[in-house]
Design a protein. Structure first.
Length: 465
């Protein structure tokens, strides 16, 4: 993605992705992604060349409580899914308790469709490290952890390099937070469990136990890592802090909407002409992003999409103009989540897509609670029968009933995420479910939804459904 500044200037030579009706010069606001196209963007030299670590002395000169209030007043909300105010989460840490305080960065990005934190860490890891140092000063922490999805080994290597560079430059290690105030940063690679994206399961995994969600209360702010006060933040949330401090809270609030201010990364994927990361103010619409990305693939139309990954209720082409902020998407009956915009055209079978997502959640369920462990299993069995045309009409009500017994009743949000596509797909596409039953099988050709589906030369290829 090329770098287009907020005032309309351009900092890159590579072509702008998209075009169309929306003017990217005015709409896009690359901050975190502004220099991803440079070959050394991940290095300390590349980060410093564009003002990297300029915000750090400003932050360290502030009183920790004043810094927390500053981030809170700016309105930065967590970019990991729920949108909880970042400054408020920092404020929950008790002070003067005599215990160590910890900052844990959740980089266990594993949900289908979600793909913003991994490219951010790969191309611009120092923005996260600078944000970590600032956040540790605010919550009075001397040890931070980055919990990374273990499969992304190239990102792990770049993180290790960035931490080593920051330590050698004095941003980490002895006196990093001021005279006599050391800061240690540990990069931990997970073992590939999606459940560890849930913050308390992540903490259990960090402590060497099996990753399973904890009963709350106590909350991590009171008894988190090693039973000490802990803040768990998403990668993008912490990486956004240096720009906020450097440019000021008024600048940050000038972007986005009133209740959802600032810039963010939208991950556009699926049947779009030019998928990728589009950094824009909160409140942009999918129609505008599709205009910039060249729209849906030629000759096809949008059928359904997810605003925040597979765990958020799907929307349809009726929602193209919904503002993509927390309030706008919530008002449309879904959640902004991680801004993972998966777009599917009319060649896609909704039942097939929902079945594959549900198989993922059943596989990744940690098994701690009965509603999720048993419910996701039975959802998969029924959905497979529906897809094959072997189910009865009563099974449509049965999957809705099972989803209802999972939603809000499981130990963590994994169960809610598994139920969301069931509810929303039945709401918008119940007739498609019924068509599978009436026709005794799926009426869609799975090859048509593939990347080569429109290529006549691929007719001889065999496709494993």
């Amino acid at each position: 993605m090329t770098a287009v500044t907020h005032d309309g200037g351009q900092d890159g030579a590579s072509p702008q992705p998209g075009g169309g009706a929306a003017d990217p010069q005015k709409l896009l606001t690359p901050v975190l992604s502004a220099h991803w196209d440079e070959s050394d963007s991940y290095t300390l030299a590349g980060y410093r060349r564009h003002g990297g670590y300029r915000a750090l002395p400003k932050a360290l000169a502030m009183d920790p409580d004043d810094l927390i209030a500053y981030v809170k007043d700016a309105g930065l909300r967590g970019r990991g899914g729920a949108g909880f105010p970042t400054g408020m989460k920092w404020q929950f840490i008790p002070q003067g308790d005599g215990k160590p305080h910890y900052l844990v960065v959740n980089a266990d990005e594993s949900e289908p469709g979600t793909c913003k934190d991994i490219p951010l860490l790969f191309a611009n890891p120092h923005s996260l490290i600078e944000g970590i140092v600032i956040a540790c000063h605010a919550i009075r922490s001397h040890h931070a952890f980055i919990y990374l999805r273990g499969e992304v080994v190239p990102v792990l290597r770049r993180l290790h390099l960035a931490v080593r560079e920051a330590r050698e430059a004095g941003y980490l290690g002895p006196d990093a937070l001021g005279p006599g105030k050391d800061l240690e940063l540990t990069v931990h690679a997970g073992a590939g469990a999606y459940i560890c994206g849930e913050e308390t399961a992540l903490l259990d995994s960090l402590e060497g136990r099996r990753g399973q969600p904890r009963l709350r209360p106590p909350f991590p702010a009171v008894a988190g890592l090693y039973a000490c006060p802990t803040v768990v933040n998403n990668v993008e949330s912490i990486a956004s802090v240096p720009a906020l401090v450097d440019h000021g809270k008024d600048w940050f609030r000038s972007l986005g909407s009133e209740k959802s201010p600032g810039f963010t990364l939208y991950s556009l994927s699926g049947h779009v002409a030019r998928p990728g990361q589009y950094e824009a103010p909160l409140g942009v619409t999918l129609r505008q992003l599709l205009d910039m990305s060249g729209g849906m693939r030629p000759g096809h139309r949008l059928k359904f999409w997810t605003p925040g990954g597979s765990s958020t209720p799907m929307l349809t082409d009726e929602h193209l103009d919904v503002p993509l902020d927390y309030e706008g998407v919530g008002g449309a009956g879904s959640m902004l989540g991680t801004k993972a915009l998966q777009c599917f055209d009319e060649t896609t079978c909704v039942v097939r897509a929902v079945t594959r997502w549900t198989e993922f959640y059943a596989h990744e369920s940690c098994g701690k609670c009965t509603p999720c462990r048993e419910g996701t299993y039975w959802l998969v069995q029924l959905l497979r029968d529906i897809e094959a045309g072997k189910a009865a009409r009563a099974d449509l009500d049965k999957i809705a009933d099972i989803a209802d017994n999972i939603n809000g009743k499981s130990f963590c949000a994994l169960g809610d995420g598994a139920a969301s596509p069931i509810f929303s797909s039945l709401q918008y596409f119940r007739d498609e479910y019924e068509a599978h039953l009436a026709g005794r099988g799926c009426p869609f050709d799975p090859e048509k939804s593939t990347a080569w589906g429109d290529d006549p030369s691929s007719a001889h290829l065999e496709v494993n459904a």
